[in-house]
Design a protein around this ligand. Structure first.
Ligand code: ADP
Ligand code: TPW
Ligand code: MG
Length: 582
């Protein structure tokens, strides 16, 4: 004992004089306000997860890196700070890579940090543990990719990753940290001094006044103007400016899926219920943070009033976007406005002046009329109470629950489970709806639930197709482990799109789209201490959802849906070659 104290003191002195790679990474993240890591431990990053937690970063461990990655990507969308996903090398990296690509495609800021094996061995392909040239593989799907080889460069590496993720059009960034880097020690003072607190990581980008004028002149000339809000508008946190623009101009608007709630879906200018009327009828369309990709039928074809599949409908387009390259990607953009949405919309509102002309009354009346008819039709369908439940009768319940809990986050994936929820469940506040995004991917569900609960602290409601849920279902353990207020509703129709396909050969295998009949997903939740409920009627579903929200306990409701109720591919049957033939 007598000699122990001086030894500890000596060791302490040495430690204080130097700092290792692990610590520099943690300090660099913290210095930049990063407080949460979504990941999965293992060589060589296990100690990074431990030490990050010890240093006050919240480290959320997942059961599969893809789900950690999706969580990080949506945390980026919700917070405008890069979501951090941390994985091990080769297989862990590849599992996370899907989410990195997803972040880039959806314009979400995210950084995938993966440990990697020894460079000298990897580059000579000598067969290291989990050998892979991860940097090269990440590059095509990342907005940017960096590798840090020396401890003194960690500060620069993290700063570059942050800037690349959040500036301009946000995206996924890969940061490769070889195992050897973590163990490197350098002088502590020099190490700390090498860290960079990024100043103004996502600088405002002010639009050119002439671009604003061009856009407003076109907008004012319109007889049938329409505004389309995309998830870029939701990401921009410019809620007040966007409301001012819509209300001041009095122009009907259409929210894309994740822009729902930017203005409440019940707003009198919301044209969602008249979508198929306003798209072909509009003469000038202003896109705000929405791309003319497949989700908007590329701005042409029959959806837009064009004669054939590739014909333009004759609309003129204004596009507000931070990416100068986005305009003209599909059809001519007559008035591009390049800048960040907050600055652009603010500039437009200011330039409109006090007496802003309203759109012609005939246009507003026509839109309102279409809406009224469609809303009435939908109300009729929702009021039915068939047995077994169908998507409509179940979603009528979800619609009420979301209305009563407008702060709740809504996670949504599936085919019919997605399309019906999007059209039936109104949103009342910005950035509350998160879903399959630009790719229409299955698998984001449970990762999104974890991040939504952790970031917002609000109740999370997930409406999941039974197939969609399966992609990330094991993360219900994660939800239970962190005791998150997540209520998962599985629209269980026994399969992909429906549960009724048959094997044409008459053989023993079921059809590729069919699952175990009458599966009890609720039992899965009970296995980890959560609440599982089997609901066969709207009343049971309502009670279970109300209980879940009251208790904030992790809950999974297996909502039994008529297995004949869905349609092939949900609303995008047209993209499915075989369905088209039918
Ligand atoms: P949606 O799927 O909802 O139609 P998209 O993902 O297609 O939306 O489009 C989002 C667009 O928003 C992208 O083109 C992106 O460049 C843009 N964007 C993202 N953030 C901003 C921002 N802060 N300011 C301006 N544009 C942005
Ligand atoms: C990563 C293809 C699109 S929708 C879907 C699949 C498999 C599941 C639909 O069944 P679900 O919904 O969820 O039960 P419902 O209500 O219609 O029955 N792999 C990935 N992404 C996609 N989009 C697919 C496959 C697909
Ligand atoms: Mg299904």
């Amino acid at each position: 004992m007598g000699t122990a104290e001086p030894q500890v003191a000596a060791a302490g002195d040495v430690q204080q004089a130097s700092i290792d790679g692990f610590q520099l990474v943690i300090d660099a993240l913290k210095l930049n306000g990063i407080d949460t890591i979504y990941g999965l431990p293992g060589i060589p990053i296990t100690d990074l997860t431990r030490r990050a937690q010890a240093d006050g970063i919240r480290v959320l461990s997942f059961r599969h890196e893809q789900n950690a990655g999706y969580a990080a990507s949506i945390a980026g969308f919700l917070t405008q700070k890069p979501g951090i996903c941390l994985t091990v090398s080769a297989p862990g990296f590849l599992n996370g890579l899907n989410a990195l690509a997803h972040a880039t495609v959806n314009c979400f800021p995210m950084i995938l940090i993966s440990g990697s094996s020894e460079r000298e061995i990897v580059d000579l392909q000598q067969g290291d543990y989990e050998e892979m040239d991860q940097l090269a593989i990440a590059k095509p799907v990342a907005k940017a990719a960096f590798r840090v080889l020396h401890a003194e460069d960690i500060g620069v590496g993290i700063a570059r990753a942050i800037r690349a993720a959040v500036s301009g059009r946000p995206g996924g960034v890969y940061l490769d940290l070889p195992a050897k880097l973590f163990a490197q020690s350098i002088d502590a003072a020099a190490g700390r001094n090498s860290l960079i607190k990024v100043v103004d990581p996502a600088p405002r980008q002010i639009p050119a006044p002439e671009a604003v004028k061009r856009a407003l002149d076109l907008l004012k000339s319109a007889k049938k103007p329409l505004i389309i809000l995309g998830k870029g508008a939701a990401y921009a946190h410019a809620d007040g400016e966007i409301r001012a623009l819509v209300e001041k101009t009095g122009i009907p608007y259409l929210p894309m899926s994740m822009a729902k709630g930017l203005l409440e879906d019940t707003h009198e200018l919301c044209a969602s219920a008249a979508r198929s009327f306003v798209l072909p009828a509009a003469d000038v369309v202003m896109l705000i943070g929405a791309r003319l990709n497949w989700l908007l039928s590329h701005g042409k074809g029959k959806t837009w009033g064009g004669k054939g599949h590739k014909d333009w409908g004759g609309q003129k387009f204004i596009q507000v976007d931070i990416s100068p390259q986005e305009a003209d990607s599909n059809v001519r953009i007559d008035a591009p406005v390049v800048g960040d949405i907050a600055s652009c919309v603010l500039a437009m509102v200011a330039a409109l002046g006090p007496e802003c002309p309203r759109p012609p009354q005939e246009w507003l009346a026509a839109v309102a009329d279409k809406k009224k008819g469609n809303v009435a039709k939908m109300a009729e369908t929702l009021a039915k109470n068939p047995s077994p439940m169908n998507f409509h009768s179940a979603l009528a319940v979800v619609r009420d629950i979301v209305k009563a809990n407008p702060d709740a986050m809504l996670v949504n994936e599936g085919a019919n489970a997605l399309d019906f929820t999007r059209s039936i469940v109104d949103m009342y506040k910005p950035r509350k709806r998160i879903d399959v995004g630009t790719w229409g991917i299955m698998g984001v569900g449970m990762g999104y639930c974890v991040a939504a609960a952790v970031v917002t602290k609000h109740q999370v409601i997930a409406v999941e197709g039974d197939s969609a849920f399966g992609f990330s279902g094991m993360e219900v353990e994660t939800i239970c482990r962190y005791n998150l207020p997540v209520c998962i509703v599985i629209m269980n129709n026994n399969g992909v799109y429906k549960g009724t396909d048959v094997n044409p050969t008459g053989g023993p295998d079921v059809a590729p789209t069919v699952f175990v009949k009458g599966a009890r997903y609720d039992k899965l939740m009970e296995a980890f201490g959560g609440v599982g409920v089997h609901a066969t009627t709207p009343a049971e579903l309502r009670k279970a959802m109300e209980d879940a929200i009251r208790s904030r306990k992790p809950t999974l409701i297996n909502a039994v849906i008529d297995e004949t109720a869905g349609t092939e591919s949900g609303r995008i049957t047209s993209l499915n070659p075989s369905a088209k033939k039918k």
